[in-house]
Unconditional design. Structure first.
Length: 377
């Protein structure tokens, strides 16, 4: 169910319609695109440069290809618009001067200006204001990385609107300025964000596809929405506090993440699920340990999150190699990675402990609660 390339529904731009008053034609410059959420296996947590959004460590995620975990964004440029304007889920989201939205929109206009200079036959639309409309079809800010899909969709919609030649890797530099994790949602499959070393331009801090969506089609994600309320401490402010106060973060970025990045890339390349799972769970654990080591401490998981960890740990004890990998972002919801043949058993197990959960359908059939053989309650 995972890893399919991210973007759908792109309209051709520009298309033409009648101008009713004069019977002449007028151009409408508009594009729609959508981008999915991504869930990190190696977590990004900490910035070394706040304005360029340069991270203190590299990270790696899986892009979820499902239709029900997406941001869909329409961008339109028109000379009659008095200002740039953005609506998120139907409500105006102010574009503050110098803020992240403003930066992303200005950077995209800068690319269009350069494109028009190099292609004089192209319409001059870089100076028009834009209206942008974005919808998430899942709870915003519930630890399901809505800013990641949101900024990826915004950048990609503007790239389509402006017919830009830039690659997803180049566009990831701009999505990163909206929200760090957004740079990874410009690719499907398994995606690394290399932290880079150029602190002046940040031009080497970008996303890279490690393996495509078709590389490991048996990989699935079971998302357990524990709570879809808006989270308490935002990622941005949480990681700022961590960088200033946590000694454990220094150990993590200096000694742990570099080898983990290499190890998980090799586990993905060879499709070694056991290694992939162990690295993913260890990295989630360390990210939440770093949150706890922050002063004052930050708690993203709750009792239900910890119960799911205990259940998956006991489940993994039943086989030589882990068959399930939990991971938690800045919220209490669990994402459990597993291979297709094991997903039903894991869903049965989760439903056994949480019978109040909504029904899970696999292969057209409702999953019944059950315990695997040998499982110690
Ligand atoms: C825990 O990308 O939301 O999900 O760059 O400040 O917008 P900003 O932070 P954001 O942080 C995501 C943190 C994380 C881990 C991850 O996705 O790698």
């Amino acid at each position: 169910m995972l890893v399919r390339y991210a973007f759908i529904e792109t309209y051709k731009t520009p298309f033409y319609c009648n101008n009713f008053s004069s019977h002449s034609t007028m151009s409408i410059y508009q594009a729609t695109t959508s981008a999915p959420v991504n869930i990190a296996c190696i977590k990004y947590w900490g910035k070394r440069n706040e304005s360029l959004i340069l991270p203190t460590n590299s990270s790696l995620s899986v892009t979820l290809s499902q239709d029900n975990l997406r941001s869909t964004t329409t961008a339109r440029a028109d000379p009659s618009f008095a200002a740039d304007c953005l609506w998120l889920n139907g409500k105006v989201d102010p574009i503050k001067p110098g803020g992240r939205l403003h930066t992303c929109i200005s950077e995209m206009k800068r690319l269009r200006t350069a494109f028009e200079a190099a292609n004089p036959d192209q319409p001059k639309i870089a100076s028009f204001n834009v209206h942008i409309c974005s919808f998430n079809n899942f709870p915003t800010a519930a630890g399901l990385a809505s800013s990641a899909s949101g900024f990826a969709a915004l950048v990609y919609a503007l790239a389509k609107l402006y017919a830009l030649p830039q690659t997803p890797e180049e566009l990831s530099l701009i999505a990163r300025r909206g929200s760090g994790s957004a740079c990874r949602s410009l690719f499907g499959g398994f995606v690394a964000w290399d932290m880079g070393s150029d602190d002046v331009t940040g031009l080497d801090s970008k996303a890279r596809q490690v393996a495509s969506e078709s590389h490991w089609p048996e990989m699935e994600a079971l998302i357990c929405v524990v709570n879809d309320a808006k989270k308490g401490t935002s990622s941005t402010s949480g990681m700022q506090r961590t960088v200033v106060t946590s000694a454990l973060l220094q150990h993590r970025i200096g000694y742990v993440v570099p080898s983990r990045m290499a190890d998980i890339e090799s586990a993905i390349a060879d499709k070694r699920f056991g290694d992939f799972a162990e690295i993913t769970m260890r990295d989630s654990n360390q990210f939440h340990a770093v949150a706890l080591d922050t002063y004052p401490p930050i708690f993203y998981m709750n009792d239900v999150s910890r119960a799911i960890i205990a259940i998956i740990t006991e489940y993994n004890r039943l086989s030589d190699q882990p068959k399930a990998a939990y991971t938690y972002d800045a919220g209490p919801n669990a994402v459990i990675y597993a291979l297709t043949p094991n997903v039903r058993e894991i869903a049965q197990l989760v439903l056994y402990y949480f019978p109040q959960a909504e029904k899970v359908i696999i292969g057209g059939q409702e999953v019944e609660a059950a315990l695997p053989e040998g499982f110690n309650e």
